[in-house]
Design a protein around this ligand. Structure first.
Ligand code: NDP
Length: 255
């Protein structure tokens, strides 16, 4: 018999059009969740939603740029309007625009803060009341936020200062929120993947992309499915178990 521990649950995944977000949406849907997908590339989301609905699961496409605060809070409202509730929020959308202070622009830094920090807190702020409600009324009697941080949330490296700032900050945000919401049975977790084979580095200049590739040369990187698997593990624990922090590196990765 197929195990469907998330049957009846509704998840919202930010940055669901590629990489870790798309893999997580698939994984949660395979456990029975209906999934709302938000990102800017509508064609990718439509394709994924068609795949999920073909498998008999509910899915909703919410195209948008969540650095717009109205889109961020609207994504939560649309999830509830279209899928009926919100049990699980996966704060995954993020960008990594590497570059040293001397050679990068503050525009690049602002873009990372806008997505990795501001968009994430706006989505979260809108989601909290619905998650509290889900934890009180759903069959699971628990709700979840999983924040996708990084090893860059624990280890600082050159040319990564503002990416480090966003991910170190996310770890603190997660722990504070965890303490605030534990009585309501909304679990708040952070996952810190190491190097994962996704499109994340596609946004870098050629030079920086080459530098990153040299750094990870010889490493068998994590696949998006590996991270999705870990996220799914977090949200399918019994309600008494809160897996607060999960550091997940490629086995060959030293930093
Ligand atoms: P991808 O580039 O594949 O995924 C990023 C996702 O974010 C895409 O779906 C993208 O969709 C979405 N996104 C970007 N900008 C916006 C926006 N303004 N509004 C809405 N969605 C947006 O990379 P990953 O899967 O690797 O990244 C996912 C998360 O994992 C990030 O937070 C990243 O920091 C983290 N991470 C990644 C690691 C890696 O090595 N790859 C390691 C550790 C952490 P679209 O362009 O369609 O909007």
């Amino acid at each position: 018999m197929t195990e469907t521990p998330l049957s009846g649950a509704v998840a919202l995944v930010t940055g669901a059009s590629s990489g870790i977000g798309a893999a997580t949406a698939r994984s949660l849907a395979a456990r029975g969740a209906a999934v709302a997908l938000i990102a800017r590339r509508r064609d990718r989301l439509d394709q994924l939603a068609a795949e999920l609905t073909d498998d008999g699961r509910g899915a909703a496409v919410l195209e948008g740029d969540i650095t717009d605060p109205e889109v961020a809070s609207g994504a939560v409202q649309d999830t509830v309007d279209r899928l009926g509730r919100l049990d699980i929020l996966i704060n995954n959308a993020g960008i990594m625009l590497l570059g040293t202070a001397l050679h990068t622009t503050t525009d690049q830094w602002d873009r990372m803060i806008a997505l990795n920090v501001s968009a994430l807190i706006h989505v979260t702020h809108a989601a909290v009341p619905y998650l509290i409600d889900a934890a009180a009324t759903s069959p699971r009697r628990v709700a979840d936020i999983v924040n996708v941080s990084s090893t860059a949330g624990r280890v600082a490296r050159p040319a990564s200062s503002v990416y480090n700032l966003t991910k170190f900050g996310l770890n603190g945000f997660t722990e504070s929120l965890r303490q605030e919401l534990l009585e309501e049975r909304v679990r708040v977790s952070v996952i810190e993947p190491g190097t994962v084979d996704t499109e994340l580095v596609d946004h870098l200049t050629d030079d920086l992309r080459d530098a990153v590739r040299r750094q990870v040369d010889g490493i068998d990187p994590l696949r998006p499915e590996d991270v999705a698997d870990a996220i799914t593990y977090i949200v399918t624990r019994p309600r008494r178990v809160s897996l607060n922090e999960l550091l997940l590196r490629a086995t060959d990765q030293t930093w």
